[in-house]
Design a protein around this ligand. Sequence first.
Ligand code: AMP
Ligand code: MG
Length: 353
Amino acid sequence: MKKTIILKIDSENPEPEKIGLAAGVIRQGGLVAFPTETVYGLGADALNSKAVRKIYAAKKRPLDNPIIVHVAKKEDVYRLAEDVPKFAENLMNHFWPGPLTLVLKASSIVPRVTTGGLDTIAIRMPSHKVALALIREARTPVAAPSANLAGRPSPTIAEHVIQDLYGRIDVILDAGPTNIGVESTVLDITRDPPQILRPGGTTYEELKEVLGKVSIHPAALAKSEIHVKYARSPGMKHKHYAPKAKVILVEGEFNAVINKVRELAEQHAKAGEKVGILATDESSSRYNVGIVKSLGSRRNLASAAKNLFKLFREFDEDKVDIIIAEGIPQEGLGLAVMNRLRRAAGYNIVKAD
Ligand code: AMP
Ligand code: MG
């Protein structure tokens, strides 16, 4: 087991000596978990294949699942990628720094291990002050997937990183809870119209406003697993975001959903299972069996994004056998939340009507 250094760091004014220490670790080929505005990331020097390989090992991540490369300035895009389309500049101006990842043709300086063997590279500029300071000081692009064990819910507080990766990585920078709570939106701009491969912190509506036309990969919306052959973003095909308990997702009209969740909760409780219910503020008082947790109000889907992964981990601590989750509207951040819920449920979806 490695000695992992945990450093509390100021999220608005990160202390230079702490950034210096962490950046030194990155430069020397080590692993640093750090906060971004979406979730905590696990960073290594993106141009050092030996360092990037350590990310896969620490996370037990399948080698064909590529890693997003984080930069602190737009100019870096032009050395990491080739054939950057003109409208990419427009997207960067609108959404960077922020939760939008652009998939581009990779340049030859990028190690294949970083791109999971693909000829494309995914790049973003995060807006979190700690992330930006770390990348700047490391003076190299930073490859960083979410800082969790592969398949587990992404970490939104440092405690989650400690649970999964303590003793497996060099440094954890703890700046408190992340703001958005779901990962970035992955947008493939090698095609026309650009296509969302993974919905996330930048909404479909926002992208549409800037691009005019944007498509969504069927797998990102799909209610059933896609065939591996179609996985242009390999993360799509791996089991993901899942708590230890089995998850059932109930979708449909609000009142029908509540009735169905009640029915399922009673059934499973009768069968002797410990039941968790993932509800919303508008519905949580309607359940009388199981441990009920709320994602927040249905009128504020940003709160659902912020709470989702934390509540999954809380249900694990409660040792529930099954989580029955209410579907929420797919608008705004709701699309990203529903994508994570469907994947966590392993497409075990019940239609209520
Ligand atoms: P995470 O590891 O949780 O940060 O997720 C990264 C996501 O970005 C995964 O779904 C990856 O498959 C996707 N991704 C990373 N690089 C690429 C790429 N070059 N092309 C397509 N998708 C990518
Ligand atoms: Mg991840």
